[in-house]
Design a protein around this ligand. Sequence first.
Ligand SMILES: Cc1ncc(COP(=O)(O)O)c(C=O)c1O
Length: 436
Amino acid sequence: MMTKEEILAAQRDHLFPSVFHYYADPLVISHAKDQYVWDADGRQYLDFFGGIVTVSVGHCNEEVNKKVHAQIDRLQHVSTVLATEPQAALAKRVAEITPGGKLTKSFFTNSGTEANEMAILAARCYTGSTEIVALRYAYHGRSSMAMALSAQANWKLGPVTQAGIVHAVNAYCYRCPYGLAYPSCEVRCAQDVEQVIRTTTSGRIAGFIAEPIQGVGGYVVPPKEYFPIVADTVKKYGGVFISDEVQTGWGRTGGKWFGIEQWGVQPDIITSAKGLANGLPIGMTTARPEVADAVRGATISTFGGNPISSTAAKAVIDFIEYNKLSINAAEVGAYLRDKLLELQMKHPIIGDVRGMGLLQAIELVEDPVSKTPAVAQTLAVMEAARENGLLVGKGGLNGNVVRFSPPLNIGKSDVDEFSRTLDASLVKASALVAAS
Ligand SMILES: Cc1ncc(COP(=O)(O)O)c(C=O)c1O
């Protein structure tokens, strides 16, 4: 067994330095169960970030793990050049629940990045066009192309070389790129996508990719008109609509399997990863059959659709459905939202409260009028929350958004514990910042 100090020293000496950690004094986690994790010193934390929106049904979920254990002893890996039941069963299960029942063919990989790579490839093969419209503030992964699709300087490492990708403004109402207010803005950001296509592309696009709610961007939620307008424009210019559901899938937004369904839009492709297998590596690209069939020729993802991850993913979907967790996400999410709004009344540093279901965030500002991002205070809130036994996430272009994405099977008493702790952490953080 390594000590905490040995773990941190080995990480520092033998991992790329780009593997960064939250917290001035990095937290070493030893084990976890349901909504709790424990550090190497035995301290317990309420986990309201879930391994970056990944622990969808609780840490070490017994029902999921029972199936994973059985599978690991039966068949671990043969690659996709041989057929296995877990991959086929997962693909069939996913096809049953995609929006409108229309996306019926899947390709499995190991991460959200790879899922988006495959989606863009499929869009290009299907349309014969190259150009892609993405959104500012987006995050789609860490391969060269996914970094090019992403639109936050912090997450574009090294030389970014991919051509054929343009970015429209996002629907960020709290900081409207046009300085307008909803609804009198008439959703100009959505209207502008047509201008972007007509002025920065050849007018023949392969597709449009967006997260229904931008995750790393700080849980930016577009107004209800946004995606229907954009979807019509994308169709008009011959592109396919790709919904990146890496954070918003599997009931997280409440009441629906996929985030884009909250806008009533029918996507051509959805991509997912993270919460699909509750922490086992998986990426999923699911498309309309015509789009999937356009990817001609052979391709391999060695670990894609491997029996262990596929078994976990199907078990997660079944668990979410059986326990009605998307309904729970809607109900407990509404309760969480109310608690955050109460905290906003008490703490003027909370400039905005936004999100859907169990994907909620607060944007911290120095004052509500200037909306200057409260960057140092955000770090102080993170540190104070950790001290108080609560793990939360950080996001936003300016690093001033605190993100909450607990497992979908938490209850209201967990939210009560969370909001008491966050309240105390906001108080402690403002005292720390004032003293510094
Ligand atoms: C919306 C979205 N898409 C894609 C990715 C990339 O997923 P992965 O880290 O599994 O490659 C992420 C990761 O945070 C994400 O949030």
